[in-house]
Design a protein around this ligand. Sequence first.
Ligand SMILES: [Zn+2]
Ligand SMILES: [Zn+2]
Length: 555
Amino acid sequence: VTGSVLRITPLGGLGEIGKNMAVVETDGRMLIVDAGVKFPTAEMHGVDLVLPDFTYVLERADALDAIVVTHGHEDHLGALPWLLRELERATPPPVYGRGLTMAMARSKLEEHGLKGVPVHTTEPGERISAGPFTVELVHLTHSIPDAAGVLIDTAAGNVLFTGDFRFDQSPIDGRPADFERLTRLGREGLLLLCGDSTNADRDGFASSESAVGPALLEVFARCEGRIVVTSFASNIHRVAQVVAAADELGRKVALVGRSMVKNVNIGRSLGHIAFPDDALVDPRHLDRLPDDELVIVSTGSQGEPLSALRRMAYGEHRQVTLHAGDTIVFSATAVPGNERAVNETIDRLYHLGCEVVTAREAPIHTSGHGHREELKLMLNLTRPRYLMPVHGDHKRLRLHARLAEAVGIGPERTFIGENGLPLELDATGARFVDPVRAGMMFVDGLEIGEPADAALRDRRVLSRDGVIVLIATVSEQDGELLGEPELIVRGVPTQADGTLVVSLRDVVRSSLARAAREQLREPELLQQVVHDDLADFLCRERHGRPMILPVIIEL
Ligand SMILES: [Zn+2]
Ligand SMILES: [Zn+2]
């Protein structure tokens, strides 16, 4: 027993779905597990991505010994380039993970022009030393190949981050989770388990990924026209099953969507999936094949605005024009928060005359996250002293804690945490300590900003109340208005009779006349006066608070 303390601070992923990130500290040194993003909700106008607020890490950047990534999904890997960029260290910290995960990391860093980051492919069983931390990856199954738990050993004890996992007994690649290692860990002693809570509300076991292929084949066999399958691009075992089912029915497959093509290429080059080149057809040559000899695999299962399927649904896709007779197969379910966009897409597809098959009609999807019995199995195998449920909203974290009780891990050993709330563990026990800064940061184009930043505030105003642009010319001599003021009104709540512009013009006229009497000459001052008068008028007449942009020109 030493005097060391092990400190775990989640910076994202608790009380929410997405942007998973945790900081592990001991002896003044720091290690990060995952750096994920979250996709913005409809209210976050123009925000491209949501990142965890990692100010806490930036403030002690020199103490960071390594970043370890559990798997290649965006909610675990997407913030990596942003984090490395903001760290601004002369020597970037090393990044560790398995083959596919690191291939995806490298491609991301390249896209961001980040050079010189040491990205190390590490396979389960290897032990990596980083400062006071010894890191070992443990093979687990999930909806992307090369998923791993991260076991971190320190003088103060050890912690296992499961990452996202399920116990698939018959995975496509024939490699079930490393039960032997998990069991040994339970025998040797595990201080803390940080476990995936995503499906803590779903009973039993998730069905095997290998059951999806036959279900897809059954659905495909009933289709007479073209088939479009949408699923997560990173679920390359799913894509392989689609290709196999298509092949069985004598159909060729076209991959559509940038990330679909990219992930299949990475997956093929690393040997995770294999199929002959002639199983595929170039999306530019779709018209060379009759409808009943074609399967299109597309991105867009979440209704993402720029995705291939979404563009097809709106008739805006360059290569694929959907029509009656086509069947769209959703081999995925909506991630919480995406339901509306998915439903909208589905309805557009019906409008085009397409048939739509979702996981509700046929077992063509299975979750990558373990259900309740799998979470219990993880606890029974690893037998942790303490549990901190992670990767879930508040409800699921609580449900995970309750499951733990069922396998003998009582409430005194379970810590339901929050983003920014550090858990400290030492020889005497475990406890939450004073919170640190946590929350979200927004990516807007290439910049990282705070939620309160001006651009976002502006967009919120624009989306709610619209914008008014005023252009007026005044005489340099006496400040009198020259000619008619020009007004452009967009998105302002108003009656349809067009009288608003007339009234606004009157306000501008009297405002400038008053300013002329008061000898105000400075264009900037005039702009302020007109702005305030227009704002008062609009508010009084219940037209909301549109953004007002006055331009006064002196002549
Ligand atoms: Zn995840
Ligand atoms: Zn995942």
